[in-house]
Write a protein that binds this ligand. Structure first.
Ligand code: BGC
Length: 745
C-alpha cells in the first residue's frame, strides 16, 4: 500500500492512545448496517390467521382498507378485529391532528409534540447514531398518539439547491443518505410503528411535481437516486414506502410497474406496503396491478377514491380479480400484525413531548450547527469586557415548527435564537434586540402562496427604514452584534421551488450596513438550503449555519455561540457560488416542463463540482471547529482486495487545539483508470469521532469492496472494476489530508 501524502509533518510521531486498544470499538466499525442497527423483517408467522381473515371479508370491506377514509387513516374491519390504519406526518415530528375530511386542525388540546430538527440538520450531524435517536424518539411520539405509520423519513436526493423541500431531505450524496436513512427507519420501527420512506422516487423538484415526467439514464437512477431506498428496504426492513407524485419514464410513480413491482419487490424483495402520496393516484386497476397498496389523500369523498367504488365496480366487471385485491390486503394485514396493531398485547405505548425527547432534539441540533467562518476568532464569544450585545434579525424570534405548505408540528416548546441567548447569557449582559428586516411578501404572490403555488412567493426586498434605523442604533450602541438571518419555513416550502439563491427580505443590505457600523458582528444563517452568501462570506469575519432546528434549536445555537458546545456539523450539500455552477442548472435541465431529463447524470452535487473543477462557495462535508485536528498514519490493512472483502482504512486523528471536539473523517474514492465515466470522488465512508484536547485517537473506517461498484447497464449488474483505486481521507470533499492507493484484483 502506498501512502501518498500526509499533510502534517508531525504525523509519524503520533502514538496510539487507549482507544486503539479498544477491540470492541474497532470490530463494531467493520460490522454491516444490519448488525449496527438491527432491524426486524416482516414476519410470515401469521399467514394462517391472515387467510382466515381474508376469507371472512366482503369486497367492500377489502376496498375500505385500500384507500383513505379520512385525511390520515384507512378503514378497518371492526367486526374482525382489524383496526383502521392511522398515519401521521412526518419529518419534523408528529403533526397536529387534522380534521377528518379537511386540512383544518382538529383542535385537540393533547396533540402538542416535540418539534425535532429538520432532516437537513440531522444530515449535517453526519452521525448515524443521532439519526437512530431521532427515529426512536419520534417513533415513541407516534405511538403516544396511537399512530401505526409515520410518513417519514423523506430521503429524496437534493438535485438542485433551489428545491423547496431541501430542508426536509438529507443530502445530495447517496452514500450519506443511506447511512442516515437506515438507522432512522430502524429507530421508528423499534416502537411498533411503520416508517414510510418517501417519496419513491426521483421526486427532486416541486415545480410541476404533480405531473412532471422525470427521465434519468439507468445508471444514474441506480447509483444516485435509488441507493437509500434500496438500503431502507434491504437493511432497515422498512415496512412501508410512499409512492411519489411525479412520473418516471412516462408512468406515474404510483402506477409504475418498473419501479414498484420490478425494482422494489422483485429485485429488492420488499414485503411491505406502498402508500400513495396524497392525491398521487390516477387509476384503479393499473395502480393496483402495478404495485400500489393504499391510495391516500384524494380531495374527494372517500367513496370516490380510485380504490373505492370504482374498484368494486372493476372487480364486478371482471377487470381485476379478487385474488389481486387479496394480495394487497395480505400485505396490509402482515404489516398490521408486524407493528402489533392486530393481536398486540405488548405494543409500545410511547410518550409525547417529554423532557427526554426535548433532550433528543437538543442533541441533534447541537451537533448539526456548521461553523463556516471564524477569521477573527470572535467565536466562541469571550464575555469578559462585554456589556451589551445587539441581537438583530427577524430570525432571532421567528418560529418554524409550523409554517409554509406542508407538515409542521404543534409544540409547546420552540426556543428561538433570542430566547436561547437570554437563557444562556449572564444577566448583566444587556441584549439590544432589533427586528432589522420584516418577513414580507408581495400581495399577489402571498395570496398564491396560501393556495398552492409552484413558484416561491416573491418577497419585498426593500428594508423598512424604521427597522433598519433601529438595527443600526442597536449595533452601534452594543459591544458586538449577532444577526440572525436566512430564510424560514414560509419561504422554503413544499409545493414551491425557489426562484434563485438570493437572500429574501433585503437581508443582504441589512447585514452589510450592520457590519459597517459594528465590525464585531457575527452572522448566523438559519435555513435548510444553500443561499447566495458570497458577499456575506467576504465581508463578515464570523459565519454560522443553523437549521430549522427543533424545539431546542435556540439553546443549541446559544451553546455553540458561547462555546459550551464545540461545533461539529458539516454541510450535507454543496453551497455553490452561483446557481449556474450547480449541475442541474449548468446543464439547463431544471425544472423542465411536462418532462425533465436529468442531463448531469451521475454528476450530482460535489461529484459535478469536483469533476469539473468548479470552486464552490462552501464544499460538501465542510464545517469548522473551535479546535484543530490533525490526520496522520493513514494506511490500509492490505494492499489488494478481492470483491468480497472489506477495506479497512486505519488513521490517526489528533486534537491539536485547546478544546475538546468532534471531527468527521470522510473517505472519498477515486478511480482514475476506470474504463467508464466516474466522478472525481465519491464518498464511501465516514466516521465522527470525539477527541479530547491534546488527545490522539486511532480509528478505522471499513468499506466493503462492493461499495466501489458501478451499475453496469448492459448486464444489469453491479460491477467492481479491477485496478488501482485511491482512497482520499479528509474533513470535506475539498480538504483532502491524505491518500492511500489500493488494488482490486
Ligand atoms: C407530501 C407528503 C406528506 C403528505 C401528507 C404530501 O403533500 O408530499 O410528504 O406526507 O402530503 O401530508
Amino acid at each position: 500500500m502506498r501512502v501518498n501524502l500526509i499533510v502534517f509533518s508531525l504525523a509519524t510521531l503520533i502514538l496510539c492512545n487507549t482507544s486503539c486498544k479498544d477491540a470492541t470499538k474497532l470490530t463494531k466499525d467493520v460490522k454491516t448496517e444490519k448488525t449496527l442497527f438491527p432491524s426486524k423483517e416482516i414476519s410470515l408467522d401469521n399467514e394462517t390467521k391472515i387467510d382466515a381473515l381474508i376469507a371472512e371479508m366482503t369486497l367492500e370491506e377489502k376496498a375500505g382498507m385500500l384507500h383513505g377514509s379520512s385525511k390520515f387513516a384507512t378503514e378497518g374491519v371492526e367486526r374482525l378485529g382489524i383496526p383502521k390504519m392511522n398515519m401521521t406526518d412526518g419529518p419534523l415530528g408528529i403533526r397536529e391532528e387534522i380534521s377528518k375530511d379537511s386540512w383544518a386542525p382538529a383542535g385537540w388540546d393533547n396533540d402538542f409534540a416535540t418539534y425535532y430538527p429538520a432532516a437537513g440538520s440531522v444530515a449535517a450531524t453526519w452521525n448515524p447514531e443521532l439519526s437512530y435517536k431521532f427515529g426512536n424518539s419520534v417513533g415513541q411520539e407516534a405511538r403516544a398518539r396511537d399512530k401505526d405509520v409515520l410518513l417519514s423519513p423523506a430521503i429524496n436526493i437534493i438535485r438542485t439547491p433551489l428545491g423547496g423541500r431541501t430542508y426536509e431531505y438529507f443530502t445530495e450524496d447517496p452514500f450519506l443518505n443511506k447511512k442516515l436513512a437506515v438507522p432512522f427507519i430502524v429507530g421508528i420501527q423499534d416502537n411498533d410503528v411503520m416508517a414510510c420512506v418517501k417519496h419513491f422516487a426521483v421526486n427532486n423538484q416541486e415545480t410541476n411535481r404533480d405531473f412532471v415526467d422525470v427521465n434519468t439514464d439507468e445508471r444514474t437512477l441506480r447509483e444516485i437516486y435509488l441507493p437509500a431506498f434500496k438500503a431502507s428496504v434491504q437493511e432497515a426492513n422498512a415496512y412501508s414506502v410512499m409512492g411519489a407524485y411525479n412520473k418516471f419514464r412516462g408512468d406515474f410513480l404510483c402506477e409504475n410497474d418498473y419501479m414498484q413491482n420490478k425494482i422494489l419487490r422483485d429485485e429488492w424483495g420488499f414485503k411491505g406496503i406502498v402508500i400513495s402520496d396524497w392525491s398521487a393516484v390516477h387509476s384503479t386497476v393499473k395502480t393496483l396491478v402495478n404495485g400500489l397498496d393504499i391510495e391516500m389523500g384524494t380531495r374527494k369523498p372517500a367513496n370516490e377514491f380510485f380504490l373505492a367504488d370504482k374498484l368494486i365496480a372493476a372487480v364486478k366487471d371482471g377487470e381485476i380479480s379478487e385474488e389481486e385485491i387479496d394480495k394487497h390486503i395480505r400485505r396490509i394485514l402482515r404489516v398490521l400484525f408486524q407493528v402489533k396493531a392486530i393481536d398486540g398485547t405488548d405494543r409500545t405505548e410511547g410518550s409525547l413531548a417529554t423532557e427526554e425527547h426535548y433532550k433528543d432534539a437538543y442533541d441533534i441540533a447541537e451537533e448539526s450547527i456548521v461553523l463556516l467562518k471564524n477569521e477573527k476568532n470572535l467565536l466562541p464569544l469571550q464575555l469578559e469586557g462585554i456589556n451589551s450585545i445587539a441581537v438583530i434579525g427577524n430570525n432571532a424570534t421567528k418560529k418554524n415548527a409550523l409554517g409554509g405548505y406542508g407538515a409542521g408540528v404543534k409544540t409547546k416548546r420552540e426556543v428561538t435564537p433570542l430566547d436561547g441567548l437570554k437563557n444562556r447569557l449572564p444577566e448583566n449582559i444587556k441584549i439590544n434586540y432589533a427586528e432589522g428586516y420584516l418577513e414580507r411578501y408581495s400581495k399577489n404572490d402571498n395570496d398564491q402562496k396560501i393556495e398552492v403555488t409552484l413558484n416561491t412567493p416573491t418577497t419585498i426586498t426593500e428594508l423598512d427604514p424604521e427597522k433598519l434605523k433601529e438595527a443600526l442604533e442597536a449595533a452601534k450602541k452594543s459591544d458586538l452584534a449577532i444577526i440572525f438571518a436566512g430564510s424560514n419555513r414560509d419561504y422554503e416550502t413544499e409545493a414551491s421551488d425557489r426562484k434563485d439563491l438570493s437572500l429574501p427580505f433585503g437581508q443582504e443590505e441589512l447585514i452589510q450596513k450592520v457590519l459597517a457600523v459594528n465590525p464585531n458582528t457575527i452572522v448566523v444563517m438559519i435555513g435548510g438550503a444553500p443561499f447566495d452568501l458570497n458577499t456575506i462570506k467576504e465581508k463578515s469575519s464570523s459565519l454560522i449555519w443553523s437549521w430549522f432546528n427543533g424545539s431546542e434549536g435556540g439553546n443549541a445555537l446559544a451553546d455553540v455561540i458561547l462555546g459550551k458546545v464545540n461545533p461539529s456539523g458539516k454541510l450535507p450539500w454543496t453551497m455553490p457560488k452561483r446557481i449556474e455552477d450547480s449541475p442541474a442548472h449548468a446543464t439547463n435541465s431544471f425544472p423542465g416542463d411536462e418532462s425533465v431529463t436529468y442531463e448531469e447524470g451521475i454528476m450530482v452535487g460535489y461529484r459535478w463540482f469536483d469533476t469539473k473543477n468548479i470552486e464552490p462557495l462552501y464544499p460538501f462535508g465542510f464545517g469548522l471547529s473551535y479546535t484543530d485536528f490533525m490526520f496522520s498514519n493513514i494506511s490500509t490493512n492490505k494492499e489488494s482486495y478481492s470483491e468480497d472483502e472489506d477495506i479497512q482504512i486505519h488513521f490517526t486523528i489528533k486534537n491539536i487545539g485547546d478544546r475538546d471536539g468532534k471531527e468527521v473523517a470522510q473517505v472519498y474514492v477515486s478511480h482514475p483508470g476506470s474504463s467508464i465515466e466516474k466522478a472525481a470522488k465519491e464518498l464511501k465512508g465516514f466516521k465522527k469521532v470525539f477527541i479530547k484536547s491534546g488527545a490522539t485517537q486511532n480509528a478505522i473506517i471499513s468499506i466493503p469492496v462492493k461499495e466501489l461498484a458501478y451499475y453496469q447497464v448492459s448486464t444489469k449488474k453491479w460491477v467492481v472494476e479491477k485496478g488501482t483505486y485511491i482512497l482520499k481521507i479528509g474533513n470535506s470533499s475539498r480538504n483532502i489530508l491524505g491518500e492511500v492507493s489500493i488494488k482490486i484484483n
